[in-house]
Design a protein around this ligand. Structure first.
Ligand SMILES: [Mg+2]
Length: 245
C-alpha cells in the first residue's frame, strides 16, 4: 500500500503545551480579569467553580455525542449561571474567550523537529492537521505564529466542524477533502483514545508519538484494544518509517 497522505494531531504532536494543565488557572485568571473590568461581579473562586461545573457538563455531553461546542458557549453559560444574560455573540463573551486564548498561547511552543520533518514530507505526501480544540481562532493564530500553514493541504479543527476525534466523521471529512482513501493515509498523534483509535477505526494507519519529558515520566498507556501500527519517540523518526506504513 502506498501512503499518499500524512495527517497530524496538533497539540503535543507538532506544538507542545507546557506542563500538562499548568496553563489553566492563569488562563482563567485572565478571562476573569477581563469580565471583572467589564461589569461582571463575581469573585474568582466562585467564577472558577461555576466555570468548571459548566465545562465538565459540556465535556460529559461531548463524550457521548463527540461534538465540540465553541469555547464561547461555556463562557456564555457560566455567565448565565452567575446571573448575566448576554447574547452568545456579545463582545463580552467573545473577548473573554480571546483573553483565555492569548494566555494559552504563551504555554505553547513548536516541537524542535516539526519544521524539518514537515519540510521533508511536503511535496512527497498530502499533509493535514486534525485537531480537537474549542477555540479555532487560537489555532489559526498559532499556525500563523510558527509559519506552519504553508505545509498543509487541509486543516480541520473540531470546533469548526462540531465533531471531535475519535468520531469517524472528522477523519472522513479530512480524507474526503484530500481525495485519498483511508488505507492511503497515516495519522500521527499522541493520544491513543482519540488519535489512534479514531484513525484506525476508519481504516487509516496510525503512529503514536510517546515523548518522555523527564526520566520519571511514564509513557501514556496505549489502548488495550486498538494499538498503533508504529510507536515513535520523536517526529524526526517519521521520514525513515513513513514509507513502511
Ligand atoms: Mg494531542
Amino acid at each position: 500500500m502506498q501512503v499518499k497522505a500524512v495527517l497530524f494531531d496538533l497539540f503535543d504532536t507538532l506544538l507542545l503545551v507546557e506542563g500538562g494543565n499548568a496553563f489553566y488557572t492563569p488562563c482563567l485568571q485572565k478571562l476573569h480579569k477581563f469580565l471583572t473590568e467589564n461589569g461582571v461581579d463575581a469573585p474568582f473562586e466562585k467564577f472558577m467553580k461555576v466555570y468548571f461545573e459548566v465545562r465538565d457538563a459540556l465535556y460529559a455531553e461531548a463524550d457521548k455525542n463527540l461534538e465540540e461546542p465553541h469555547f464561547n458557549i461555556r463562557v456564555w453559560k457560566t455567565l448565565q449561571r452567575l446571573g448575566y444574560n448576554y447574547e452568545l455573540s456579545d463582545d463580552v463573551v467573545t473577548k473573554a474567550t480571546e483573553c483565555f486564548a492569548q494566555e494559552f498561547m504563551k504555554y505553547v511552543s513548536l516541537d524542535e523537529n516539526a519544521v524539518d520533518v514537515l519540510q521533508w514530507l511536503h511535496g512527497k505526501y498530502k499533509l493535514g492537521i486534525v485537531s480537537n480544540f474549542a477555540i479555532p481562532e487560537c489555532i489559526w493564530k498559532l499556525l500563523e505564529k510558527y509559519n506552519l500553514k504553508k505545509f498543509f493541504d487541509v486543516i480541520i479543527i473540531s470546533a469548526e466542524v462540531n465533531k471531535r476525534k475519535p468520531s469517524p466523521e472528522i477523519f472522513q471529512k479530512t480524507l474526503k477533502s484530500l481525495n485519498v482513501a483511508s488505507h492511503e493515509a497515516v495519522f500521527v498523534g499522541d493520544t491513543p483514545s482519540m488519535d489512534i483509535e479514531g484513525a484506525k477505526n476508519v481504516g487509516m494507519k496510525a503512529i503514536l508519538i510517546i515523548r518522555r519529558t523527564s526520566v520519571t515520566d511514564t509513557p501514556k498507556p496505549t489502548s488495550a484494544t486498538i494499538k498503533p501500527d508504529i510507536t515513535v519517540k520523536s517526529l524526526k523518526e517519521l521520514p525513515k518509517i513513513i514509507g513502511d506504513c
